[in-house]
Every structure is written in structure tokens, then in C-alpha cells.
Design a protein around this ligand. Structure first.
Ligand code: PMP
Ligand code: GLN
Length: 389
């Protein structure tokens, strides 16, 4: 049957595979990243009321003005970034749709796009479906640092887009000022725009700042705000991952094109959820700040416990995730290790090799700690019993 080879050759996403295994083996699911406590009741109450009272018909294609204004205010308040709500903010059905709209809107067949590995699994297939040529920068453990040299070797005059994610899923890096400045300087010397996946913007630990590339100026004076589209997700800010409310903001000429893609991907996003998220951005920003504190504590509990069992735990500076090296416990590859761990120990995790096109490194696994403390403790008890006998 005729199909698009980019998608026909894809396996089911590792998140779906491991979640299904977790259900089958009644395992604790520290694989797919979703919180086990729903976000603010007031946010859900506003959405619930809107479902009953309306509006329930197509909202504005680019997003309800209430939400676009709240998003513009959020960028101004947290980062001092000014985006015009009318023309520079686009609401999408999740960050995933924003990523697709950005990639399809910004790169054409034969253009080069730079991806920084490890990266979220959706990036590469969307880029390939757009006909782009992918150039990968592969970060190295244990520091996963982004360097000027790596950027210089991947960016060419044909590079039209660079996709960067900070805080970085899956390894929890929060790129620091030096790395972000190196990126700004490399972008300023290129013909590229940057798709900034900032869905974990509020989830940074130990007081580390999240630095949006759009806030920086390159050494040659180029303002990165003119070269960036910034993607965010209410799923991550308000622990409502099933809602699929995302957005992208950037200069009008770029957002105009992304809106043209969006109108043929989903056209709109459910109005009740948009109103709930508006309320959250205006009134419930204490929630992500408290969540960050809780996650920081969870990270420490999980890291200490895993270390005691014999995992070699890497630092996690942000996101829902930490990664741990497994070769002190087993000589299996990460996928085989995760398949055995879910069966034998009753704990699901994600093999890190899934985030690299080349399939290596394959001796790390990713654990999600966006879960209740008691569940993490139970997972550690199970792992201890399984690995320490
Ligand atoms: N980017 C990254 C780095 C993610 O981890 C995720 C989701 N987990 C997304 C994008 C997609 O977000 P959404 O659920 O809003 O589509
Ligand atoms: N972003 C989530 C993760 O990294 C997964 C989202 C999904 O399953 N598509 O775990």
C-alpha cells in the first residue's frame, strides 16, 4: 500500500510502548513523563464551567484573545520579552502541534535543520517529512554541554532552522549563560532561525535561571528575539498534559507563516481549555513554582535511592527527568534493561538510546520523578528488592 516512508518505517513511540508494558506488568510507571497529581482546581473549574456555559464553537484560529494576551503578559513578566498578542502569539493544540507548525513553516525540501541530540522523539520525523536534511549535534555524557565548536561544525550556509530545547528532555540539562551565548553568536553568523522548545521553562532546580534564547543579543549586536520562535505548553506549566494546549510566539513574519500551517493542522484548540489556561496564567502561577520545589525534592529522593542500588546517577538541573548509567548493574543494553526491569522489578523507565538517531549511547535510562513521593519510594523499594536481593 502506498504510504509515506518517514512514518511507515517508524516504530510506535517508546513512551507508548513502555506505558503499555507498565500496565501489563502492573509496574510503577516512571517512563512516560506525566504528573500523577492534576494541576490547579481553579483552572479546571474555569474550563468545566466554559464547557457547560460556552463558548463551544470554533474560537479564533490563532487562539482566543484572552489567552493570547495572558501569554504576552507572561513573556513580559518572566523574561522582559514584548510580544504583540494580536500578531505575534499563536495558540496550538499542544507544543507538539507548535513544533510541527514551526518545522513545516520554516524549512522547505532540501533545507538543513540542526537538531541537538538527545532530543524529543517527534523532532526528526517531522523534519524528515518536511523534506529537510537533518544535521545532528550529539551532546556527550556526563556533562551534555553545548559548545561553540559543535555549533560551528553543524551550521552551514544552508541551515534554515536550529531546534533547541532547554530545559532539555531527556537529560535535564538547563543550558547556562555561556552555552546560550555561544548559540546566539552562532545563530547571528548564520542564515538560520531558532525553534526554541521551552515547555519546561518553569521547571529548573537549585535556583538555576531558564534563559530564553530570545532574551540574548549576539556579539555582533543581532537581537535573538528577531530570530526565535518560542514554544510553550500549558500541559507542563499546570500539570495538565492531556489538555494539549500549547503556543508559539515570535516575530510577526514568522508567526504569520506558522499560522498558515496551523490552520491546516488543527485550525483551533478547544475554547474551554484555552479559558482554563488563561485563568492559570493570570492567577495560578504559584502552582508551577511550588511544583518545581516538590520536583526538586523528588529528584533528590530518587537520585539517592538509585545511587544506593548501584545506578550511576547524572545531575538533573530541570524537567521531570533524571538519567542514570546502568553498566554497574548489568551488561545489557538500555532497552533490554528497561524491558527486564519493568517485568522483574515492576518499575518502568525509558531507554536513553531512543533519543539518539544513531542508537547510542545505550547504557543510560531515564526516570520520571513527576510523581507522588510515596510512589517514588515504592519504586525504590521494588528496585532494591530486585537488584540487591
Ligand atoms: N517538547 C518536549 C521537550 C516535550 O517533552 C514534550 C512533551 N512531553 C513536548 C514538546 C510536547 O508537549 P505537548 O504535550 O504540549 O504537546
Ligand atoms: N514528553 C513526554 C516524555 O518525554 C511524552 C509525551 C508523549 O508520550 N508523546 O515522557
Amino acid at each position: 500500500m502506498p504510504t509515506n516512508p518517514v512514518f511507515a518505517s517508524l516504530p510506535t513511540s517508546i513512551f507508548t510502548v513502555m506505558s503499555a508494558l507498565a500496565v501489563r506488568h502492573k509496574a510503577i510507571n516512571l517512563g512516560q513523563g506525566f504528573p500523577d497529581i492534576d494541576g490547579p482546581e481553579a483552572v479546571r473549574a474555569v474550563a468545566a464551567r466554559a464547557l457547560m456555559d460556552g463558548p463551544n464553537q470554533y474560537p479564533l484560529m490563532r487562539g482566543m484573545m484572552e489567552l493570547r494576551r495572558a501569554l504576552s503578559a507572561h513573556a513580559a513578566k518572566f523574561y522582559g520579552l514584548a510580544y504583540d498578542a494580536e500578531s505575534e502569539v499563536l495558540v496550538t493544540s499542544g507544543a507538539t502541534e507548535a513544533l510541527a507548525a514551526a518545522i513545516f513553516g520554516l524549512v522547505a525540501r532540501g533545507d538543513e535543520i540542526v537538531l541537538i541530540e538527545p532530543h524529543y522523539d517527534a523532532y526528526r520525523p517531522i523534519a524528515e517529512a518536511a523534506g529537510a536534511v537533518v544535521k545532528a549535534i550529539t551532546l556527550s555524557p556526563p556533562g551534555w554541554r553545548l559548545t561553540a565548536e559543535a555549533l560551528a561544525s553543524a551550521i552551514t550556509p544552508r541551515t534554515r532552522a536550529i531546534l533547541m530545547n532547554t530545559p532539555l528532555n531527556p537529560v535535564g540539562r538547563v543550558f547556562d549563560a555561556e552555552e546560550m551565548q555561544a548559540l546566539a553568536d552562532a545563530v547571528a553568523r548564520s542564515n538560520a532561525v531558532v525553534i526554541c522548545d521551552e515547555v519546561y521553562e518553569h521547571l529548573t532546580f537549585d535556583g538555576r535561571p531558564h534563559i530564553p534564547l530570545a532574551t540574548l543579543t549576539a556579539a555582533n549586536g543581532a537581537a535573538m528575539k528577531d530570530r526565535c520562535v518560542r514554544i510553550g505548553s500549558a500541559g507542563k506549566i499546570f500539570s495538565l498534559t492531556g489538555w494539549k494546549v500549547g503556543w508559539v510566539m515570535g516575530p510577526k513574519p514568522l508567526i504569520d507563516v506558522l499560522a498558515n500551517v496551523h490552520q491546516f493542522l488543527t485550525f483551533t484548540t478547544p475554547p474551554a481549555q484555552q479559558l482554563g489556561v488563561t485563568h492559570g496564567l493570570e492567577r495560578e502561577m504559584d502552582f508551577p513554582l511550588a511544583l518545581t520545589q516538590r520536583l526538586e525534592g523528588n529528584r533528590d529522593v530518587l537520585a539517592r535511592g538509585l545511587q544506593e542500588i548501584g545506578f550511576d546517577v547524572l545531575p538533573s538541573e530541570g524537567t521531570y527527568f533524571l538519567t542514570a548509567r546502568i553498566d554497574g548493574l548489568s551488561n545489557e543494553k538500555d532497552l533490554a534493561f528497561c524491558e527486564r526491569m519493568v517485568r522483574q522489578a515492576g518499575v518502568a523507565a525509558i531507554p536513553l538510546s531512543s533519543f539518539f538517531a544513531g542508537g547510542t549511547p545505550d547504557i543510560y535510562v531515564r526516570f520520571a520523578f513527576c510523581k507522588q513521593r510515596s510512589l517514588l519510594e515504592e519504586a525504590l523499594t521494588r528496585l532494591k528488592a530486585s537488584f540487591r536481593g
